[in-house]
Design a protein around this ligand. Structure first.
Ligand code: ADE
Ligand code: ZN
Length: 325
């Protein structure tokens, strides 16, 4: 299971930064990022809201395109070691160049070069989803959407929203999502993680997304679960993230199996793996242990993920061949 081929749709690039990598960059730059590490050198946070603060503090040492190139190399090496052959990563111009389109292009060039190198070396393919941050507000999201529209294409394939689901509403970000859609980008939104079923309904209704980041709290409303199944909405589930942040007490309590059994298109991702002490290999192993899922189930999850990937059809066909091999 560990090295079997896997497709990952929900990975935050900064959230995948190993703590030692961030500590090293902070030391190189003589940057004080406060007490974000515990005594063993792991990221330390109390809850989701504290996690967001630690995430932003860690990200503050990533200040140049070269930093992002190094980060991309480190992250893809780790993903490839877990068997990931195709990954979609969230990228935020908020952190890469401060939403200035010219600066963002330079970050993107560096990230893409590092990704191409990893593809040659490890056979892992990466694509980007530009992500606005909900708690930074709709005005900044508009600038982010403009960066996305300017760089939409065969590599930047999607647009999304992450951050604190408890502030503002999906409708506040409608302009940004319309802008991204008109630029040809596919859409996803974090919802149903800290917000309940209504948060998922609002993302579908007001942003017209085809995938939902997490979405697991849809389980609290079975009519919504059935609607997700009927409409074929894909959930980017990140069970290890939800357990680490205290949303569920363990994998066995996680609703992914109930959603799957009721016909919802679920997929498996890591979200911010070093923060949550996880990898794609561990996610698959924990799901196997919790639900006795076998290779057939994992193969169907991978196919669902590849079908729902935002890349073009030629890329998909090439990945499908690798998946079948
Ligand atoms: N940004 C990084 N990880 C996130 C998560 N799990 N939820 C919302 N925003 C995030
Ligand atoms: Zn996420």
């Amino acid at each position: 299971m560990g090295r079997d081929a896997k497709i990952e749709l929900h990975l935050h690039l900064e959230g995948a930064a190993p703590p030692a990598f961030i500590r090293g960059l902070a030391a190189e730059k003589h940057a004080d990022i406060g007490g974000i590490f515990d005594e063993r050198g792991n990221y330390r946070f109390r809850d989701f809201w504290d996690f967001l603060k630690v995430y932003e503090a860690a990200t503050s040492v990533l200040t140049s395109p070269e930093d992002y190139a190094r980060l991309t190399r480190a992250v893809l090496e780790e993903s490839a070691a877990s068997g990931v052959i195709y990954s979609e990563t969230f990228l935020s111009p908020d952190f890469c160049g401060g939403r200035d389109v010219g600066a963002w292009r330079e970050y993107l060039v560096a990230i893409r070069e590092a990704a191409a190198e990893a593809e040659r070396r490890d056979g892992i393919t990466l694509r980007g989803i530009i992500t606005c941050i909900r708690h930074f507000g709709p005005e900044k999201a508009r600038e982010t959407a403009l960066c996305a529209a300017e760089t939409a294409g065969d590599w930047i394939v999607g647009f999304g929203i992450a951050g604190d689901e408890k502030v503002l509403a999906p409708a506040d970000f409608r302009w940004s999502f319309d802008c991204a859609r008109e630029a040809g980008l596919r859409l996803t939104a974090h919802a149903g993680e800290w917000g309940g079923p209504e948060s998922v309904r609002a993302a579908l209704r007001d942003l017209e997304v085809e995938r939902i980041g997490h979405g697991v709290r849809a389980i609290e409303d079975l009519a919504l679960v059935d609607e997700l199944a009927e409409r074929g909405v894909v959930l980017e589930c990140c069970p290890g993230s939800n357990v680490a942040l205290g949303l569920y007490s363990g994998f066995r309590q996680h609703p992914i199996a109930r959603l799957y059994d009721r016909g919802v298109k679920v997929t498996v991702s890591t979200d911010d793996p070093p923060f949550f002490h996880t990898t794609m290999a561990r996610e698959f192993q924990m799901l196997h242990d919790a639900f006795d899922w076998d290779d057939g189930v994992f193969a169907s999850l991978n196919r669902t993920a590849l079908d729902a990937a935002f890349c073009d059809t030629d890329t998909k066909a090439a990945i499908a061949k690798k998946l079948e091999a």
